[in-house]
Design a protein around this ligand. Structure first.
Ligand code: PGA
Length: 226
């Protein structure tokens, strides 16, 4: 019997990327004459893709609503951030959990709102890209999460069937709900609301717990799974 597919969000779930995103944001803001923002401010802007991040950067800098500026800063941020991985870390236990899932035969995928180029760069940096059969980025489809289309596409690319989505945020919880997949909430990521406010099947704080959770998943009782 095929083992369940596991689909992962990236930022705030597998990787702690805020320091690099914060640094690239402040460099681009400085080049355009704006003051730096705090790490926690930028952390709150992550999860809905680069255009949303840049929109929030400009709003917080008192320059929202300028579409020409938005387009320029989006291009400048993308160029600066792509390949900026030096301050990014895998969350503890991620490499071990992913390696164990792959060795056991679980089909693995990523469904992130981060564009494909920086996604691939960071996965190559940590030498984990070959573990994933499918990678859906924020620029893979016309729609981004919380639209369910990217998650449904990742699920389909893995052959459908039993699957779980693992993520850290409000966006991920809504996406899983709309796609009809059970959602596993990693509590140490970038969510803004309390755990209780996010619809989820189970919450976990340490990737060392994940193999046990998946191995004992109550599929029969899980009416949400397709
Ligand atoms: O907003 C982004 O660029 C990426 O966020 P995600 O990996 O949590 O989807």
């Amino acid at each position: 019997m095929t083992l369940p597919a596991l689909i992962f969000d990236l930022d705030g779930t597998l990787i702690d990327s805020v320091p690099d995103i914060h640094a690239a944001s402040n460099e681009v803001l400085a080049e355009n004459g704006f003051a730096p923002l705090t790490l926690m401010q930028v952390r709150g802007f992550i999860g809905r893709g680069v255009p949303h991040l840049v929109h929030c950067l400009l709003e917080a800098s008192g320059a929202g609503g300028d579409e020409v500026l938005q387009a320029r800063i989006t291009a400048e941020f993308s160029a600066r951030y792509e390949g900026a991985v030096g301050l990014t870390a895998l969350f503890p236990g991620v490499r071990e959990a992913l390696t164990a899932f792959r060795a056991a035969g679980h089909p693995l995928a990523i469904c992130t709102n981060k564009p494909l180029a920086p996604t691939s760069a960071v996965l190559r940096h940590f030498e984990i890209e070959p573990l994933f059969a499918t990678i859906i980025g924020g620029d893979s489809l016309p729609a981004r999460k919380p639209d369910p289309a990217p998650l449904l596409k990742a699920h389909q690319m893995l052959g459908g069937g039993r699957a779980l989505y693992v993520g850290d945020s409000e966006v991920d919880a809504e996406t899983a709900q709309r796609a009809g997949l059970p959602f596993l909430l990693f509590t140490e990521g970038y969510r803004k609301a309390p755990v209780s406010a996010l619809p989820h099947a189970i919450a976990f704080s340490d990737f060392a717990m994940l193999p046990g959770i998946v191995a004992h998943w109550p599929w029969q009782a899980d009416l949400a799974s397709p």
